[in-house]
Design a protein. Structure first.
Length: 79
């Protein structure tokens, strides 16, 4: 019974990094498309064709990737 619990913990620890990366992939995709849509609506309202759409898209992309690297840096210190 104890050996089974240790193998399950080891299995969780092995796949926890993959789960974290897949969750960050969803976060990056969702925030990018959400900010893209908000930029599109803002451009539509103000009449400034693709300016806010691209600006907010790249803002979401860069900030979410920066947060991913920050969390990876913190995890690296723990290992």
């Amino acid at each position: 019974m104890l050996a089974q619990n240790n193998t399950q913990r080891g299995l969780y620890h092995t796949y926890s990094h993959i789960f974290m990366l897949s969750a960050w992939g969803f976060v990056i995709a969702i925030t990018s498309f959400l900010f893209l849509y908000l930029g599109y609506k803002l451009d539509e309202y103000l009449g400034t064709a693709p300016n806010f759409m691209f600006g907010l898209f790249f803002l979401a992309l860069f900030t979410s990737i920066a947060r991913l690297f920050r969390e990876a840096w913190i995890k690296k210190k723990d290992v």
